[in-house]
Design a protein around this ligand. Sequence first.
Ligand code: NAI
Length: 339
Amino acid sequence: RSIVRRTSTTGAYLTRRGFASESAPDRKVAILGAAGGIGQPLSLLMKLNPLVSQLSLYDIAGTPGVAADVSHINTRSQVSGFAGDEQLGQALEGADVVIIPAGVPRKPGMTRDDLFNINAGIVKSLCTAIAKYCPHALVNMISNPVNSTVPIAAEVFKKAGTYDEKRLFGVTTLDVVRAKTFYAGKAKVNVADVIVPVVGGHAGITILPLFSQATPKANLGDEEIEALTKRTQDGGTEVVEAKAGKGSATLSMAYAGAIFADACLKGLNGVPDVVECSFVQSTVTDLPFFASKVRLGKNGVEEVLGLGPLSDFEKQGLEALKPELKSSIEKGIKFANDN
Ligand code: NAI
């Protein structure tokens, strides 16, 4: 049995003990919305992950083609495609991790909250099925607005009696990916070495990168930090505008989603010290959900880590984001209970 040592895929901070594919336990990953702009490259990246033994691709249509295509890649996992409501149960049964990039993306001029009316309903119905068919799976919520869809999922699971706060994650990894890239560019450091926590939520000013904690340290001035913060907060909009009506981030999001799902799988498999930022149920602030560093383990969230020391600029940012984040969370809870 060979044990491989490798650096974390985040390019980051810890050398972790991985598994050679032969010795890794069987793990089923389901992707809901697998035929979409994020779903397709995410399916590809998860097919490349040796920790996955079964890859289940679900969408309302188009998944047989995506699954046939991806299934020809000579890596470990067996791939199956499922299309339409009547196959959703089969797609989910036995899943260890469910990744949800189902829903509509933004067009120029839209905020993530403008997606609420459509995506809230999609997330609610998918989570109802998760509660029924794989209540113990770790759920990675990508569908926007994440600040509301995660609370919706929590309410659906509570009603079904399956809620476990350790198993529900809003995927904010793309904010971290962007913060790392932008910081490395400004600080002129090797991007593969950069660590930056991003906390708060996943929309506009609720995205709060903590550049005061970024490493490798760099001597950036206040104005540079403010510009980096703004660029990280508006990173999604930068892509939406560049795509000019053809959607939002898909390729970088698929990368970020694959990193986060990989971290979840490593945690489930007992790899120590797996830490990623995620939007989870939290007592770090007075808000019921909040993104911060999370240690992942065999049951999902092992520990929600605190914010650490903040600069005055970050403290202001934290206070400024709370009202918006609070109302997005409440909007999600209200939707789940009214519909
Ligand atoms: P897309 O429109 O290209 O793909 C969405 C897919 O979801 C489509 O294939 C569609 O058929 C499918 N879908 C719709 N209803 C469904 C249902 N009931 N069950 C299963 N599948 C269903 O959109 P794209 O670009 O892939 O974005 C997907 C979502 O991800 C959007 O809500 C977007 O805002 C969000 N997003 C989140 C990010 C994050 O950082 N968390 C970053 C970028 C996008």
